[in-house]
Design a protein around this ligand. Structure first.
Ligand SMILES: Nc1ncnc2c1ncn2[C@@H]1O[C@H](COP(=O)(O)OP(=O)(O)OP(=O)(O)O)[C@@H](O)[C@H]1O
Ligand SMILES: Nc1ccn([C@H]2C[C@H](O)[C@@H](COP(=O)(O)O)O2)c(=O)n1
Length: 231
């Protein structure tokens, strides 16, 4: 009989939260790869359920309609930092979840308590079964999903730096329009009632504005190693 893996006693759980474009995904993936840990992109899960709702014609202006179908899509996340995957009902949605349409609608879907309850349960189950430990990144990991995480990091960066990074990714995108879109999404994610984007009281805040990605990775790796040494 196949049994679910459980975390080893020395497994470390790292929660990385912060607003959009602060470097959570890039940092988390690299730290997990360097330390031999699993990696979970929780934003991808909220994007995946949003993609399913768009595809199934759900009225995303109606929280009751969203709540009614919150449990319908089967979302599976692959946690290898070298090749993170995400499927919905067996379909690879890694590309489709990054469209402008999904990005503009994900905050409305992720604000619905029934959606959060479902995705939070999935995230906890993935984190507790990661044998060597895991880096989980999102908006409410340190505050709600994994309040007992061994290490909590809250990444920040100036709005200008975040917009410049994002526009660099979306070749030719207007920096001002990108900054406005980021601010709008951050406001929605921070002001929702259920589990908003927030820094946990015991999180270490790292301002990445003036740091290279490599410097941020080194900083987080050092914090994890210090935690492990003190365990
Ligand atoms: N310290 C840094 N200096 C310069 N560029 C960076 C830095 N950190 C990340 N980047 C770049 O910024 C972009 C956004 O980074 P990333 O996707 O990791 O952010 P994020 O916080 O996960 O965003 P989101 O929440 O929107 O998914 C990427 O192109 C990444 O390479
Ligand atoms: N723990 C999380 C992670 C993500 N979300 C929501 C809010 C974000 O705007 C959206 C997409 O996340 P991204 O891919 O930009 O990291 O998902 C959340 O509510 N809680």
């Amino acid at each position: 009989m196949e049994t679910a893996a459980t975390a080893a006693p020395e497994a470390v759980i790292v929660a990385i939260d912060g607003p959009s474009g602060t470097g959570k995904s890039s940092t988390s993936k690299a730290v997990a790869a360097q330390l031999g840990l699993s990696y979970l992109d929780t934003g991808a899960q909220y994007r995946a359920i949003t993609w399913w709702m768009v595809n199934n014609g759900i009225d995303l202006t109606d929280p009751t309609a969203i709540a009614a179908v919150a449990g319908k899509a089967e979302i599976v996340s692959g946690t290898d930092p070298a090749d993170p995957t995400i499927t919905v009902d067996g379909t690879d949605v890694a590309g489709p979840i990054r469209t402008a349409e999904v990005t503009s609608k994900v905050s409305a879907v992720s604000a619905v308590p029934e959606v959060r309850a479902r995705i939070t349960e999935l995230q906890r189950s993935i984190a507790t079964s990661a044998e060597r430990g895991i880096v989980v990144e999102g908006r409410d990991i340190g505050t709600t999903v994994l309040p007992d995480a061994d290490l909590k990091i809250f990444l920040t960066a100036s709005p200008e730096a975040r917009a410049a990074r994002r526009s660099g990714e979306l070749k030719g995108a207007d920096v001002k329009a990108t900054q406005e879109a980021l601010a709008k999404r951050d406001h929605a994610d921070s002001s929702r009632t259920t589990s908003p984007l927030a820094k946990a009281d015991d999180a270490v805040e790292v301002d990445t504005t003036e740091l290279t990605l490599q410097q941020v990775i080194e900083c987080v790796v050092t914090l994890v190693e210090e935690k492990r040494a003190g365990k």
